[in-house]
Design a protein around this ligand. Structure first.
Ligand SMILES: Cc1ncc(COP(=O)(O)O)c(C=O)c1O
Length: 306
């Protein structure tokens, strides 16, 4: 259960949590056109709070809107300010933010260009996304029988609600099979991403991740890790990865705002490396947490501190 807060920002106003409701004819409920984001806010050692790469998340929200011709009634600055406002009004020092732009009620056909574009920002507390010891011990993954979207069947660079049926089906299948997370291949059979995370593979000191022309979401954590890896002198290659390269990897990890940097200790019942979290993963995970919490001061441009 999401832990209930006092207020939700909805179309420019702060409303009580229990009153932030929509009509059953809300178009997005029926056809899945809703742009959304996930942003984390971290508590810093000095008691202040930093939102991580807020501007990049808001830019991606507006990019998703652009891709599906949604015209938000609020500007980037207003939605960014709403993110800060919901944290403040709910007295939250850290947490997860969910900006959402959705199609409201009006016409009920698939083509409903005049329905209002509505915007909300919700905040809730969210600990480790993949379980209590996932960050420390790593998780067990299964390559999914569901393929990631073909690039011309949906919009891989959009964070769009309807597209998440693919993630939900893959995740359920993995959980029903006793695994923690699904890894999806693309329609060519190459490794794509997790149900809500990008994927990295390390072998012989080199870090690999699928490139952006594949069917992956352009993850903001992915970009962060690529930059941090380069700063650490770890060679990085973006390109195709095969399933057997996963099995032969020394290290595998997943990245995402919710999942942060989660090590993978097993894929398809095979241990990755010797089944324990490897040195590249450890180094990048430590650096990631230092950067998001502001104890590493090398990337002030990524932090909005309140
Ligand atoms: C399908 C998918 N891939 C990758 C990611 C990671 O993206 P980010 O690091 O921007 O959160 C997410 C989460 O947003 C996702 O849902």
């Amino acid at each position: 259960m999401v832990d209930k807060q006092a207020k939700i920002w909805l179309d420019g106003a702060l409303v009580d949590w229990d009153d932030a409701n929509v009509h059953i004819l809300t178009h997005s409920l029926h056809y899945g056109i809703a742009a959304f984001e996930g942003v984390r806010a971290y508590l810093r050692a000095d008691g202040s709070t930093s939102l991580f790469r807020l501007g990049d998340h808001i830019d991606r929200l507006f990019d998703t809107c652009k891709l599906v011709l949604l015209k938000p009634e609020f500007t980037r600055e207003q939605v960014s300010a709403a993110c800060i406002e919901v944290l403040r009004v709910n007295g939250m020092k850290q947490g997860y933010l969910r900006p959402l732009v959705f199609v409201g009620e009006g016409a009920m056909g698939i083509y409903a260009p005049d329905n209002p574009a509505r915007t909300s920002v919700i905040a809730w507390s969210w600990g480790s996304y993949l379980g209590a010891d996932a960050l420390e011990r790593g998780i067990r993954c299964k390559v999914s029988s569901f393929a990631r979207h073909h690039i011309n069947v949906s919009l891989s660079k959009a964070k769009l609600s309807g597209q998440y049926t693919n993630s939900v089906l893959a995740k359920r299948e993995a959980k029903f099979g006793g695994y923690d997370e699904a890894i999806l291949l693309d329609h060519h059979g190459f490794v794509s991403e997790g149900s809500g995370e990008n994927i990295f593979v390390a072998r012989k000191g080199v870090l690999y991740t699928p490139d952006l022309s594949s069917s992956i979401l352009e993850g903001i954590t992915r970009d962060t890790i690529l930059q941090l890896a380069r700063e650490e002198g770890i060679p990085v290659l973006e390109g195709r990865i095969t399933r057997d390269q996963l099995w032969l990897a020394d290290e595998v990890f997943l990245t995402g705002t919710a999942a942060e940097l989660t090590p993978v200790r097993e894929v398809d019942d095979r241990p990755i490396g010797d089944g324990v979290v490897g040195p590249i993963t450890k180094k990048l995970q430590a650096r990631y947490f230092e950067v998001v919490r502001g104890s590493d001061t090398t990337h002030p441009e990524w932090l909005t501190t309140i």
